[in-house]
Design a protein around this ligand. Structure first.
Ligand code: NZQ
Ligand code: ZN
Length: 384
C-alpha cells in the first residue's frame, strides 16, 4: 500500500426529513446565502423544506447556477456575498450547485482574479463556510474537496481542490432525489461507477481492503441502479444509490492506491467542446480506455471480471473482453449511450481534445502518466 493522509470532516445528515435539522448546523447569527440551480428545488418541495427549516434566520438567495456551472454566473454570487457581508453559504441542488458554491466560497476572500484558482491553481488560503443539501447522487461533491467550473467565454472546464472547501455538513435525503428524470438517474449511476473505476482499475499495490470497498460499491450500483430507475420512489434502492455515490468519491477508497483519472480529464474536454453531460462523456471514454490500456491494467481487469461480473470461464483475453463489454452494456442499460456518434460528435474532435489537454497541462494522464496525445487519440478513435 502507498503512504497516504486521509482527512474527511464532513458531517452527513442522512435520511428522510433531515433537512429539518439544518438550522442547528448553521451559526444562529449567520447571514446565509442559499444557492441553487435552474428551479428543480422549487418544483419538488426541497426549497420549501429549506426555507421552513431556516424560519427566522437571515437568508438571501442566489438561483440560476447552470449544470457545469459557469464562472460568469458564480462571480455574480461572489459580488452579492461581498456586498451583503454574507458569512455562510447553503448549496441546494446537484453537483453543479455544490461545486459552484465551493468556488464562490473560495473566491469571496481571494485577492486577484478568482479564475486563477482554477487556471493557475492559485492557492486557496481562506473560504466562506458552507453546507449542502444534495438532490442528485453522482459526483461525491457533498463529501469531497473538488470543484469543477466552466469559463463560458473560453469554453474551458477546469477543476480545483482544497480542504478549505469541504462542506461543513451535507444533507442526503433520498426523497429529495425522487423527482430526478431518468437521464439524471442514469448519469449519476455512470458517474459514481466511473469514480470507483478511476481509483480501482489500475494496478495492484496489495491493498485488498480498498479493492473490496471499490468492488462492493460497483456491485451495489449494478444491483440497485436498475431498481431505482425502474421504480424512482423505491426509498431503499435510492438510499443505497445515494450512499454508494457519496462513498465513491469521498477519498476513502482512493487512499493508499494509485489513481487513473484519464477518463475524467478527457471527458471534461468533451463537455467543454460539445456540451455533453459529464456522465455521457465518461460512458464514451471509460470502455475504450480500459480496452486501449488493457496491457497496463491486465491483472486488475481479470480481478474486476471475476469479482464484479462473476466471469471465470474462458481465456484471460476472453475474460478481459467480456468484462469491458459488460461495463459498456451496463452504461447503455441505465440509459447512457457509449459512442461519440450517439451524440453527433465526429472524429474531428480528437485533435481539439488533444490540443486542449496540452493547453491545460494534462498531456500525460493515467496512473503511469503515460496516456499521452497518441493514446488519447487511440481511445477516442475506438469510441467513435
Ligand atoms: O438546475 P436544476 O433546476 O436544479 O436542475 C438540475 C440540472 O438540470 C437537475 N436536478 C438536480 N437535482 C434534481 C434535478 N432535477 C429534478 N430533481 C432533482 N432532485 O439535474 C440537472 C443536472 O444537475 P447537475 O448538478 O449538473 O448534475 P451533477 O450532480 O451530475 O453534477 C455535474 C457537475 O459536477 C461535476 C461535473 O463535471 C459537472 O460539472 N463533477 C464534480 C465532481 C466533484 N465535485 O468531485 C466530480 C465529478 O467527476 C464531476 O466532474
Ligand atoms: Zn465524475
Amino acid at each position: 500500500m502507498e503512504n497516504f493522509v486521509f482527512y474527511n470532516p464532513v458531517k452527513i445528515l442522512f435520511g428522510k426529513g433531515q433537512i429539518a435539522n439544518i438550522a442547528a448546523e448553521i451559526p444562529t447569527d449567520a447571514k446565509i446565502l442559499i444557492t441553487y440551480g435552474g428551479g428543480s428545488i422549487k418544483a419538488n418541495g426541497v426549497y420549501d423544506q429549506v426555507k421552513s427549516a431556516l424560519t427566522g434566520r437571515n437568508v438571501f438567495e442566489f438561483g440560476g447556477i447552470e449544470p457545469n456551472p459557469h464562472l460568469e454566473t458564480l462571480l455574480q454570487a461572489v459580488e452579492l456575498v461581498r456586498q451583503e457581508g454574507i458569512d455562510f453559504l447553503l448549496a441546494v441542488g446537484g453537483g453543479s450547485v455544490v461545486d459552484g458554491t465551493k468556488f464562490i466560497a473560495a473566491a469571496v476572500p481571494f485577492v486577484g482574479d478568482p479564475w486563477d484558482i482554477l487556471a493557475k491553481q492559485a492557492p486557496v488560503t481562506a473560504a466562506v463556510p458552507f453546507g449542502a443539501v444534495l438532490t442528485l447522487p453522482a459526483t461525491g461533491s457533498e463529501m469531497n474537496t473538488n470543484s469543477v467550473v466552466t469559463k463560458w467565454e473560453t469554453k474551458e472546464k477546469l477543476f480545483f481542490a482544497s480542504p478549505l472547501v469541504f462542506p461543513r455538513f451535507s444533507v442526503l435525503d433520498p426523497e429529495t432525489t425522487f423527482s430526478l428524470p431518468p437521464r439524471q438517474i442514469g448519469n449519476g449511476i455512470v458517474d459514481a461507477y466511473t469514480h470507483v473505476m478511476e481509483q480501482y482499475l489500475t494496478y495492484s499495490v496489495n491493498a485488498p481492503l480498498q479493492d473490496r470497498w471499490a468492488e462492493s460499491i460497483l456491485k451495489t450500483l449494478i444491483e440497485e441502479g436498475p431498481k431505482t430507475l425502474a421504480n424512482p420512489t423505491d426509498y431503499d434502492a435510492r438510499a443505497n444509490l445515494v450512499w454508494a455515490a457519496t462513498l465513491a468519491l469521498n477519498g476513502l477508497i482512493g487512499a493508499g492506491v494509485p489513481q487513473d483519472w484519464a477518463t475524467h480529464m478527457i471527458g471534461h474536454e468533451l463537455t467543454a467542446l460539445h456540451g455533453l453531460d459529464h456522465a455521457q462523456t465518461l460512458a464514451i471514454v471509460l470502455p475504450s480506455t480500459l480496452s486501449i490500456r488493457r496491457d497496463r491494467k491486465w491483472q486488475k481487469l481479470l480481478q474486476y471480471a471475476e469479482r464484479v461480473w462473476n466471469i471465470v470461464d474462458g481465456s484471460e483475453e476472453e475474460r478481459v473482453n467480456e468484462a469491458i463489454a459488460k461495463t459498456r452494456n451496463f452504461f447503455e442499460s441505465v440509459g447512457v449511450r457509449t459512442r461519440l456518434s450517439d451524440y453527433g460528435v465526429g472524429l474531428e474532435t480528437i485533435p481539439l481534445v488533444v490540443e486542449n489537454l496540452q493547453k491545460h497541462g494534462l498531456a500525460n494522464l493515467g496512473e503511469h502518466k503515460d496516456v499521452d496525445s497518441q493514446v488519447v487519440e487511440q481511445i477516442l478513435t475506438l469510441s467513435a
